[in-house]
Ligand binder design. Structure first.
Ligand code: ZN
Ligand code: ZN
Length: 345
């Protein structure tokens, strides 16, 4: 089969690989129909994720059709159309039993990281019963691809951790796909104001279309003053950091209102400054989380009911044969106005 392989820092290639086989009784082999690229894949290629070794097939998102199911798989059979979660979970270990599936003892984020992933014609999914979801009839398949990772990530790590409330004020720093996923799902709670901050006017325009009440270009300066002006001088109740660099974390610390919640959604590679000299008396809560994808069933129902349209995030389509071109386009996201790319297997 064809597969996109990480060969070392800055080096990926489309290779011929043997088809995956069942290894454990709980495994399934899924034939991919559609997959996508993630910012995390770019981090791997840059060398930011040393646990991902050269030779690994990348990708942790996608939908497909079950081709083989191991003897212990009871919920899925060959021919079933499935959504693949970016988090594999056994459902039985101590972390899974408390809903922290991202830290599953034999799972977590392993796809396209510690085991071969979904940017291929086929993929082996461990713990299939608790890591796959049936795709309901009549639901937009490309919308489903957005539920593998970015929607649950934006919602769990951003909206839930930021404790977005009805009537509250929210700032989302970073209008990339995950920041926009947080913007879409923050609206479940009807906050009074959602301020979107980015350097890219095109992404801010998308954010406005997706329901942001205010869009601020971070390059225009006086950002803190502008947020304060929009929030009666107090700052925001929820600050969602969706970039992953020290400057955006510092910005969240500067615009958080007393009693507010800072949620870290970005993948951070460097230490940040914690401004306790100002925040110690401000009753601030800071939360971090690796997505557990435990809200996927709820998000699936919301999409099915038409309450959530994550397919809006898709800007480009490529065939698997052209995945290197897709990476090129995604790597220069600003100039190509790229958000999520659908790769057809
Ligand atoms: Zn991802
Ligand atoms: Zn587990």
């Amino acid at each position: 089969m064809k597969a996109l392989v990480y060969r070392g820092v800055g080096d990926i290639a489309l290779e011929d690989r043997p088809d995956p086989q069942l290894q454990q009784p709980g495994d399934a082999v899924v034939r991919l129909v559609k997959t996508t690229l993630c910012g995390t894949d770019l981090h791997i290629i840059k060398g930011d994720v040393p646990t991902c070794q050269p030779g690994r097939i990348l990708g942790h998102e996608g939908i497909g059709v079950v081709e083989q199911a191991g003897a212990a798989v009871s919920q899925f059979k060959p021919g079933d159309r499935v959504l693949i979660s970016c988090i594999s979970s056994c459902g039985k270990c101590d972390f899974c039993r408390k809903g922290m599936t991202s830290h599953c003892r034999t799972g977590g984020w392993i796809l396209g990281h510690l085991i071969d992933g979904t940017q291929a014609e086929k993929v082996r999914i461990p713990h299939a019963d608790t890591s796959l979801y049936h795709i309901p009839d009549g639901v937009d398949e490309e919308a489903m691809v957005m539920l593998s990772d970015i929607l649950p990530t934006g919602f769990e790590c951003g909206v839930l951790n930021g404790r977005v409330q009805p009537g509250g004020s929210v700032a989302i720093v970073g209008a990339g796909p995950v920041g926009l996923a947080a913007l879409l799902t923050a609206q479940f709670y009807s906050p009074a104001r959602i301020i979107m901050i980015d350097l890219d006017d095109n992404r801010l325009e998308v954010a406005r279309r997706f329901g942001a009440s205010d869009c601020l270009n971070a390059g225009d300066g006086q950002l803190v003053e502008k947020v304060m002006a929009l929030t009666g001088g107090l700052g925001v109740d929820s600050a969602i950091e969706a970039v992953g660099v020290p400057a955006t974390f510092t910005l969240c610390e500067s615009i958080i209102a007393p009693g507010g919640d800072i949620a870290v959604l970005g993948v951070h590679g460097k230490p940040v400054e914690l401004h306790l000299e100002r925040l110690w008396s401000h009753n601030i809560t800071l939360r971090t989380r690796l997505v557990d994808a435990v809200t996927t069933p709820m998000l699936l129902k919301s999409v099915e009911a038409g309450k959530l349209q994550p397919e809006q995030l898709i800007t480009h389509h490529f065939a698997l044969a052209d995945i290197l071109e897709a990476y090129d386009t995604f790597g220069k996201a600003a100039e190509n106005k790229a958000l999520k790319m659908i790769i057809e297997a």
